[in-house]
Write a protein that binds this ligand. Sequence first.
Ligand SMILES: N[C@@H](CCC(=O)N[C@@H](CS)C(=O)NCC(=O)O)C(=O)O
Length: 336
Amino acid sequence: MGLLVNGEWVDQWYDTKKHGGEFVRESAQLRDWIGEAAETGAETDGRSYPAQADRYHLYVSLACPWAHRILIMRKLKGLESLIGASHVSPLMLDKGWTYDQSEGASGDPINHVDYHHQLYTMTDPAYTGRVTVPVLWDKQRSAIINNESADLMRIFNRAFDELTGNDLDFYPEDLRSIIDDVNDDVYDHINNGVYKSGFATEQQVYEKHVQALFDALDRMEKRLSEHRYLAGEWLTEADIRLFTTLIRFDAVYYGHFKCNFKRIEDYPNLAHYVRELYQWPGIAETVNMDHIKRHYYYSHDTINPTRIVPAGPLLGLERPHDRERLPGQGIRRRAS
Ligand SMILES: N[C@@H](CCC(=O)N[C@@H](CS)C(=O)NCC(=O)O)C(=O)O
C-alpha cells in the first residue's frame, strides 16, 4: 500500500507515528459534480458536468465499505445500464489497488490501466495524496470527476433521474437535518471508528476509539429499537452508510480490527436491521464476502502477518428478521 507524491508511486503504510499512534484519514481531493449541486443539498465549489448516459464509469473495490455505498446507490437508482463499473483485486499490496484479473479484479476495459494510481496521474500528472476507491471517471475528459463516496451518493441520488425515470429519494429535504446528524455520528465513530481502532499503533489510542465505537453502536441500537430506519419510517442514505460497516463487522472488524466488545449479532436490533437491509431487493448482489475477507486479512500484513484468512463466521444473513414490528414506508419517492 502506498500513495502518490508528485505523481510518483511511493510504497508506504499509514504514518501513525506522526499523530501519536492515530490513524488520520485524508480528505478526498477531487470534488467535481454532475448536475445541479444545490438541488442535491450539496455545497461545492467544484465544476459541474452534465448527466449523460454512458459518459461516466465507476471504479470500485468490492471489499471497501466506502465504495460499497456507491454500488448500492447505483443498483437502487437503476444506474447500472448508464454507468459501467470495474472492480479492483481484493489484494492491495505494494502497488496499491490493481486491475489484475488473475487476482480477482474485473480488469479495466475503459483505460486499460494495471494500477488504480494510474487513473489519478491521468487526471493530474503531479497528484500528491492517497489513491482511494471509489472514483467516478469521466470518459469524455479522461479524468476522475470525484473520489468522495459521500458526494457520489448524492450525485447518484439526483443527477440522472431524468434519464432513468427513477425518483427514489435517499436524502429527502424534510429529513436532511436528522440524516446529517446521524451521518456525522456514524461516520466519525462507526464507519471511520473501526479504522481508527484497527489501525491505531498505541494501546490507549486503540482503547479510546474502540470505546467510542461501541458507545455509538449502543446509540444506534437504541434508535433502531424505536424506529425501523435511522431517520424514522423511511429508508435513507443514512441506512446505506451504516449498513456497509455493519455487514463487514462480525466477519472482519471484530477480529482483524479488534473491535470485539460485542458482535453485531449480539445486538437484537442491529442484527435484525442488517438482515433486513441485506435482504432488500438488489442489496445482497452488492455484497461480496470473499473480497471483503481476503482484502482485509491479506492486505494488512502489519496487522495479520501470516495472511491467513479466517474460515468463519457463518453469518446467516438470510435468516428472517423482525423489523416489520416497527412502522416503515420503504424508500421515499421525490414526487410524494
Ligand atoms: N473519503 C473516501 C475514502 C475512501 C477510502 O479510504 N477507500 C479505501 C478503501 S476501503 C482506500 O482506497 N484506501 C487506500 C489508501 O488509503 O491508500 C471516500 O469515502 O470515498
